[in-house]
Each structure stands twice: as C-alpha cells, then as structure tokens.
Design a binder for this molecule. Sequence first.
Ligand SMILES: Cc1ncc(COP(=O)(O)O)c(C=O)c1O
Length: 444
Amino acid sequence: MRPPSYKAIVDELAAAIRGGGLPAGSRLPTHRELARERRIALATATRVYAELAAMGLVVGEPGRGTFVRDLSGYDGLEPSRALPVARVADLSFNQPLAQGQADLLRLALRELATSGGIESLLRQHPPGGRRHDRAVVATYLLGRGIDTVPANVLLAGGTQHALDAVLRGLTRPGDVLAADALTYPGVKLAARAHGLDLAAVPVTPTGPDLDALARLCELRPVRAIYAIPTVHNPLGWVLDARQRARLVEIARAHDCVIVEDGTYAFLETAAPPPLQALAPERTCYLAGLSKNVATGLRFGFAVLPDRHVAAVTGTLRTAGWGMPGLVTAVATGWLADGTVAKLEDHRRADAAARQDIARAELAGMDVTAHPASYLVWLGLEPHQRPDQVAASLAADGILVSTADAFATGSFRPHALRLALGTPALEDLAPALRRLREAIEAIPP
Ligand SMILES: Cc1ncc(COP(=O)(O)O)c(C=O)c1O
C-alpha cells in the first residue's frame, strides 16, 4: 500500500479538528510519531503540521508539542467559517498578545503553586475584591494620574463587567445616558440591558461635539455621560486639557455622573490628566487588563467616588458574589512585580508599529487614527457598502467591523473599524492590502 499523500493527511486531520473528533487542546503526535504512524518522511510530517498551522487549526508550542487550537468565539473564526481559507486575520476584535506571554502565565502559576497561603484562593473573595488586592490596583493607577485609596477601588471581571455594574448601580431604567455617536459597543449592550435611554452626542475626528453635549444636558435630564477621553474606541482621539475641562464643567453644571473608560489609556502616556483627576467627586473611572495584558484574563476595576461605592459593590455582589481568586492572584501579581508595566511598554511599541503599517498600506484612503492607537477608522465612498466589503473580506478570512456596531444613534457613516492588534505582525500588511483591493474593486 502506498503511503498517503501529505495533502490527504492534512485533510483528514483538518476534518477531525473541524468535526470535533480532535477537540481544542488535544496534543497531536510528535512529528516523528506522525512520520512513523503514517509511513511518511519526517520532513513530510513537518509539512503536514505547517499546513495545519497556516490554516489556523493547530499551534506548535516549542518543547511541548503540537496542539489543536481553540477555534471558538473570538479566537479566530467559528470553525465552519475558518475552513475555506488558509489564513485568518481578525481585524474585528483587538486582543494583542506578546510572543511568549503563555510562558509568563506558566511561570506565574508555578510560583503560585509553591507559594504559601494558596488555600486563600479557594475561599470566597468579597465583591469588589480584597483590600490588599485593591491596594495593588490603587498603586498601579498612580501611574495613570489617578490618586485614590483601596476603599474606592472595586475589582471586576473585566472593564465591561465594571461598566455594567456601575450603570446598574447608579442609574434607573429610563435614565438618559449620553454617549458619543460612535463609541465602544459594550456600552450599548449594557444600556439596552438596563433599559437606559442612550442619547448620541455628535462626534468629530478630534472629540465629541461638546456644544452639542451641553445642549443635550440642557434639554434632557442626562444622568450620566460615558466618555473615552484617551485613545477613543473607535476614533482614536485623545482629548486635550481644554476639552477635558469643558466636559467636566458640563457634567458639574448638570450634576451628571461621568463614566470614564480608560481601557486604552495606557497607550498614550503624554495625555492630559484623566477626567477622574479633574472631577473625582463624580467620575467613575473604569479600566482593566484586556488590552495591556490579556483579554482572556478577565480582570478590570472601577475607581469610584465615596458616595457610589456601596451601590456598585451591591451590583457586583448580585452579579457574582465576589472576584475569582485565581485570576486576581495572577493579575495583582503581575501588577505588583512590574510585568504589566513591561507589557504596556511592549504594547505601545507594537501599536505604533502597526499604525505605521496601516498608514503605509492605506495611504490616500480616508483614515482616522491616532498614532498611539490600535484602531483605524476607515471611511468609504458612498458606493462602497460597508456590509458588502465586510462580507467579501470574511469570505477571504479577514474579519472587520462596520460602523453600525459603534453607532449609538442614527449617524451610521459608510465606514469600517479596523482593529490592528490581533493578527501576527507579518500578517497585517497582506491583510490590509487585501482589504484595500476589495474596497477598490467595487465599481462606482
Ligand atoms: C473602550 C473599551 N472599553 C471596554 C472594553 C472591554 O474591555 P474588557 O475586555 O476589559 O471587558 C473594550 C474592549 O474592546 C473597549 O474597547
């Protein structure tokens, strides 16, 4: 019997992975074992795994072996959609990871395993976190210009969790929440879930239209203003000191809570002080470790004025009793030992490098982007339908978001939002080139 061609082995393994016969995390035979089992040359076995890796189905971990990748959810595409394409570039969701970060996790878990007091991770942590864990976050926040105390810091399972808890804790269904006409989609989800009336504030490439915000607050009883002053999602803006002062002045004049989202703020170290520093009496500052460390970690926090701490602690308790101890131990360990600071240095350089690539590949197109940001807002011509462009790119394995996802009101420009942080660096330029071709191929 002739040995099977390498292509037949690739097809067989790919079908087993897609069909679930080889579930995520399965360790595949070593190259040598595969060669022996299938009676093929070692170089052919290596080629089989290289092809499966290029299809995004397996990942090789040096010294450990080859494993089936988790294709569900945001880590790439659904398996059924991932199949026809050799390479996948997810430009729809930012989850930057430095090379070798898995090793940091291995090390942290090993250290935890041998540390004293590990039993405390099996006991219930209070809603908002233990005091000494909150203290670690408070110290970290000094580097962001936020001077607070552990009692005003509440830990949560990511920024979105903190946002949901703050909105639920501080508003009632029917309250008006002002948010940029284009903004982070998670605030729309939370507002809808809680029955809030989302009022869209017109945007410019350099910030919200603050005159329009002031008018809105005069006309309607705005309870809270959701703002991303530093490295906005999706437009990338960094508000200057005057804009920040004006926003705070409007919030004070109308007694609004400010919900400041600092998720991407670590990317711009030269930004003016956060709104929280200007108006600590009314600002709920939210951030987390998704973009600077790892999205899957699910660790975030809120800094709250005294008068709001009890209400938000209550909503955190309702949503999940307390913080997961293991995640908190890893996250606070990395905050305290400087790992987060190092990863943030890496991310700043990484984001800048990716913006350089985007600037070169998209030269001459209608790009709105901040040089420190991981995001690009790409305006399209009227005949270029964002949904058509997105569908054509998806068939090629390139995922993008359309403006609709970010729209809080009726302003839905013909535009795409590109998240540059997820693909391997070497895949970014080809993906953007393909994107440009797809857009320019649409006849006027
Ligand atoms: C502005 C903004 N806020 C919050 C989040 C959610 O962050 P987390 O993963 O910490 O919940 C994101 C994620 O993309 C974001 O862009």
